[in-house]
Write a protein that binds this ligand. Structure first.
Ligand code: GLY
Ligand code: MN
Ligand code: MN
Length: 447
């Protein structure tokens, strides 16, 4: 896929215009993060803020977007960016500078970032509103308030003009990002396809006796090989009872033939990430107990995906999954009693303690409201993408659970695009039924 399909300046301009038309008159002020130190002069990996990158495509730290509407279908964009610096660029890499911000990223004008606080007072003069999310960076907010104070001081002998009202632009931006545009969908589909390939490679690479991080390396090597620069979140590679730790990150255990291996990992592409979980045996086959648990989760997941229809409440998948998982817990002999009553009393919670879905996009837990104006679960709309990820987790020390199930953790997670024609699974490229997984494991172990 060409870079231009995802990074065209016209695309970002159109996104800014949509947002500004929604917000109305005023100035949008949106900084991205600065680099942070890991230790000494070693920096943490930098990734631009998702909102900033969605609206600009600009990849460097310490930049600020300023934009204001000049009429319907017209606005002005200024980018404040780090200046070119020969010495720094020798050490840290090329910068686009102000010329690059204009030429490559479609800014109408661009300035060194140090000039933001000089230019801002003039820009805000006479503007009724400033669209800025307070609370992201205390130092930035302090300088903004200083700007207002300086303006007030300058004007104290004249009739003072009003400060602009500060309005949070993020709810409008989040609503816009919730419904993916064409370029975002291309990026997400690509992230999903790459992630599916990585999971398939990991499923083939796993051997009894190898460490979890060796499988992680194989998975992430495939992500990189296929064009993903980074993961959307730290990979969870959890064998045996580690699968019962939802955000397990040690990834250092040596796995054994009788274990299951749960991998929850997603590659980022074009600024968007996938989010896939698969659980499979380290040996060739599931044990009967593992297969029984796995089939309960898979049945719930398939039904959960079917529940992702336009107009359905977004949490219908969760309700469907909870009912089927609870039924499964009864069938497995973990719970006893009437399924509806067990659901009502949340008796499934010790074994299924997380939600089933979240929005997915640039961030793994992406932006977008979950409740409508009345406080009810919002309805699914075409173009939204969410995960469906039921699981069952049996703590190895939980004596309420029949011994054969203790230490088993299973999650199955796919990414679903909501369309008028029904749910589309973007991550269908990795096997998930018992027979297909066992075939793949048998083939892999024979090699
Ligand atoms: N990978 C985090 C999640 O599934 O929500
Ligand atoms: Mn997820
Ligand atoms: Mn996940």
């Amino acid at each position: 896929m060409s870079r231009d399909a995802i990074f065209a300046p016209a695309l970002h301009r159109a996104r800014r215009q949509r947002l500004l038309d929604e917000l109305g008159d005023g100035v949008l002020l949106l900084p991205t993060a600065a680099e942070t130190s890991r230790n000494g002069d070693v920096l943490n990996e930098f990734r631009p803020g998702s909102d900033f990158h969605y609206l600009t495509g600009f990849p460097e730290p310490a930049a600020v977007l300023v934009a204001w509407r000049t009429g319907r279908n017209a606005h002005t964009t200024w980018l404040f960016v780090r200046q070119r610096d020969k010495a720094r660029e020798v050490w840290d890499g090329r910068r686009h500078g102000t010329a690059g911000a204009k030429r490559l990223f479609g800014a109408d004008d661009a300035f060194p970032v140090e000039q933001l606080w000089q230019k801002l007072p003039l820009l805000l003069d006479g503007k009724p509103r400033l669209f800025h999310r307070l609370g992201g960076d205390a130092e930035f907010d302090r300088r903004l308030l200083d700007t207002f104070a300086a303006n007030a001081r300058r004007q104290r002998r004249r009739q003072p003009t009003l400060h602009p009202t500060i309005t949070d632009p993020i709810p409008a931006l989040a609503a816009q990002r919730l419904v993916k545009d064409g370029a975002e969908l291309k990026a997400l589909r690509m992230a999903a396809a790459i992630s599916a390939e990585g999971h398939t490679v990991a499923m083939r690479a796993t051997r009894p006796g190898c460490r979890e991080f060796e499988v992680q390396a194989a998975l992430e090597a495939e992500f990189r090989r296929r064009g993903s620069p980074r993961n959307g979140y730290p990979s969870i590679v959890a064998s045996g009872a580690n699968a019962c730790v939802l955000h397990y990150h040690d990834n250092d255990r040596r796995m054994r033939a009788g274990d299951l291996l749960l991998i929850d990992a997603g590659a980022e592409f074009g600024g968007c990430t996938a989010d896939i979980t698969r659980t499979f045996p380290v040996a060739e086959r599931f044990t009967p107990a593992q297969a029984a648990v796995y089939r309960v989760v898979l049945r719930a997941q398939l039904a959960g995906i079917r529940a992702c229809a336009v107009g359905a409440p977004w949490d219908r998948a969760h309700k469907v999954c909870v009912r089927l998982l609870t039924q499964g817990l009864v069938d497995l002999g973990v719970l006893r009693g009437n399924v509806a009553r067990l659901v009502k009393k949340e008796k499934y919670k010790p074994f299924y303690m997380h939600g089933t879905s979240h929005w997915l996009g640039r961030d793994v837990h992406d932006v977008g409201a979950y409740l409508d104006a009345a406080g009810e679960p919002r309805q699914l709309v075409a173009g939204a993408v969410l995960t469906v990820e039921p699981g069952l987790y049996f703590d190895p020390r939980d004596r309420r659970v029949p011994a054969i199930y203790r230490g088993i953790g299973v999650r199955i997670e796919d990414d679903v695009l909501v369309t008028a024609k029904g749910p589309v699974v973007l991550t269908a490229g990795v096997p998930k039924d018992v027979e297909a997984i066992e075939r793949m494991r048998a083939e892999a172990l024979r090699r």
